[in-house]
Design a protein around this ligand. Sequence first.
Ligand code: GLU
Length: 719
Amino acid sequence: MKKRWITYILQLLLVSSIHADEGMWLLPLIQELNMDKMQEMGLELEAGDIYSLDHPSLKDVIGALDYGGCTAEVISSDGLILTNHHCGVDEIQSHSSPAQDYLTHGFWAMSREEELPNPGKTISFVVRMEDVTEKVLGMVHLEMTEVERESEIDKSSETLISEAVEGTHYEAVVVPLYEGNEYYLVVMETFKDVRLVGAPPESIGRFGGDKDNWEWPRHNADFCMMRIYTGPDGKPADYALENIPYKPANWLPISLSGYEKDDISLVLGFPGRTNRYATSSGIREIKEIENRNRIKIRGEALDLIMEDMGKSDKVRIQYAAKYSRLSNYYKYSIGQNLSLDRLQVIEKRTVQEDLFSHWVSAEEMRQEAYGDILEEINSVISERNMMENALSYLEEMFLLHKTVEVFDFATSAFPFFFQELGYATEKKETTELMDRMKQRSAIFFRDYHPETDQKVASAMMQLYAENVEPLYFPGLFSTIYKDFDGDIDKYIDHLYRKSLFTDPSRFEKFTAKPKFKKLFKDPVFMGSFTMYQTYQQILDEYEELEERFVAARRSYVKAVRDMYPDSIFYPDANSTLRLSYGTVCDYLARDAVSYDYYTTLAGVMEKEDLREREFTVPAKLKQLFEEKNFQPYCQDNTMRVCFLTDLDTTGGNSGSPVLNSRGELIGLNFDGNWESMSGDIIYEPEFQRSICVDIRYILFIVDKFAGAHQLIEEMDIHD
Ligand code: GLU
């Protein structure tokens, strides 16, 4: 038994020492930490080509869409940007209708005038990043409470931010790294006029749909193109007719020469969130609360939404983007829970924690500093169990992920309501408040089908009642019991029939003559209000636990880094710009199942299934396949579609450029694979793969499928 234990530890240590491709690295540190290794692997760039404050570098062409969530990159001197189809689906959908269905047929602006504006869409580029740990933590000391510490950090961050942006149009943030052991200042330039230029039909961009999502082999060109516009002075500006295409200092060159297995590749982007320092108890919490609840909630809701989408084109278009947003992380959570079990992630973390405890107990000073942190983390996690459960239900269903839509929409009346109650800090004209409500309602009602939302609301309310402690039932449940004999369906029916938030004409009447008392009587408004009350009540109860948790996690991460002084650690993803490097590679998925590292257009034809919308191949693509006119986009006469790398990526990297040894664009990152869905917690070198569209397939679609030659011409494409 003992021997097996030691062998296991040695294996673990061995794996972490031979594997070099894990890591989401901060750009200012790559010279010091990664350059030698990358050049050994074949990289022909210098650190200054990737991140420089003196001359144009890669950092200038990689942008975060909407302040994080997706990445896009500049690919022409006229501000053309490339990202995933699933990152632009909101915009593609918002311009679609049954008569002009860009989701089904694709959209291509054949001139600049046809490019479609998207109010609210933004892209931000890093101007500079700076380690400000000493400045932020300079006045912080051990005797401080968490609240005092936080307020000190906020104070110094504010000063740093205002110094950084003074006299500029830049924005800045100070972000914690390594759970608050270090801090970085990030200065960004944000552009606010981003127009839709082109998108393939879903039958190409989302070919394989939910069935193929998070899996390999893939056969879709998950891309769309947009263009950044600036004011006539070249500076970021809100949408205006006189705006001009952005003139960047540099843009990504595109390579037609492709890749071979084992070639080095890089990805730069804005990964959103990883949990690489989670404890075994934290992983169990993710598995049993966050993932389990999400699977149950979204599974039920998605079936109901799909039922209605199948019946009407109008509803299909209205719910396309909402559906794929919900289904994406629904399937992710299923896959993650399976991978956590299959790869024994909790067990592996427990072994690491045993080693940690052993290391702590070996020295008295360590015992004093870190002796009880694991226990503290574990006990907070167990104490907050019921609250986490209720929070996850409230957030998934109503307040954050909006599985039920209308309760979130009702918050559009909160500013008016609170102002009338006398709680506004800054008094606004009622007309201004109503205008804002009307603006929000235009988008809401455009994509709203009350019958669908009502069905989902009934099912969700039922699930809430069955799975959350009554202690955390919002006030609306007393109405259900008192006035509707506990009949949830009856209550929901009343709500949708009466509320001003479920019907555009009732809503319009209200905004034309706003009466504060009407909100008191509105069942959706009051329902939403009581949900927020419950949410706040939980957060208040949670506060002390959260402070203990944050402090313990910070020392735990510090201790783990102290424990391995010779190892280089990278901070968890937090939507800051990162680089990951690795190779193009295949993998052995399971016993006797090995996957090749690229797919081809022949595979699209093989997957065609006329009975399933998601596996329908456009006639034009079939014709192009038959004609075999792939030049100059093929390799060995074959049209490659997607390929694999072992780059370390996560959500937020969607749309990130995949580059070759010369820093040229060879692909577009868009997904991860089923065998490593626990990769956000532990990177598994044998299994973790990022899935990329071959840039040549994208160009083939733009050029030969869409005939958008003007876009090909403005790009910098070479062999
Ligand atoms: N699976 C996602 C999709 O193709 C992308 C990956 C992500 O969101 O991280 O929709």
